[in-house]
Design a protein around this ligand. Structure first.
Ligand SMILES: [Zn+2]
Length: 122
């Protein structure tokens, strides 16, 4: 009969809190909540987001990747990529890339997604 189990658990819990020794539950897996934080993009991205809006205003939001030709992309599946890396107010400095191509293009995928998330209230 499992009558003793509760008491034992209670005892161990009490011991844990009293002595502050977490060893009793060593090896017990607890769910880990992973939260991704992009902490390094602020500042620079104020203009970064502004430039994206400017580009989108002039070029719209094409759903085709200019690199691989994949179409029907939307949201975070497709990005504005900047050729010079200087975020010029020059339409020829921008191209539309899918997430995969953009990642290969300049490796700034997380950096790019963060402003998107913020713009969408995430
Ligand atoms: Zn692509």
């Amino acid at each position: 009969m499992p009558t003793g189990i509760y008491k034992r658990t209670e005892y161990h819990t009490a011991t844990y809190f009293k002595k502050g020794q977490p060893s009793w539950n060593k090896g017990i897996k607890t769910p880990q909540i992973q939260s991704e934080k992009h902490g390094n993009w602020k500042g620079k991205d104020v203009s970064y987001v502004g430039m994206h809006m400017w580009v989108a205003r002039h070029l719209g939001k094409p759903d085709t990747c200019e690199e691989c030709g994949k179409s029907g992309l939307k949201g975070r599946q497709i990005h504005w990529a900047n050729k010079s890396g200087e975020y010029k107010r020059d339409l020829s400095d921008w191209l539309r890339l899918c997430a995969k191509c953009h990642m290969e293009y300049d490796g700034t995928y997380p950096y790019l997604v963060a402003p998107y998330n913020q713009a969408h209230g995430k």
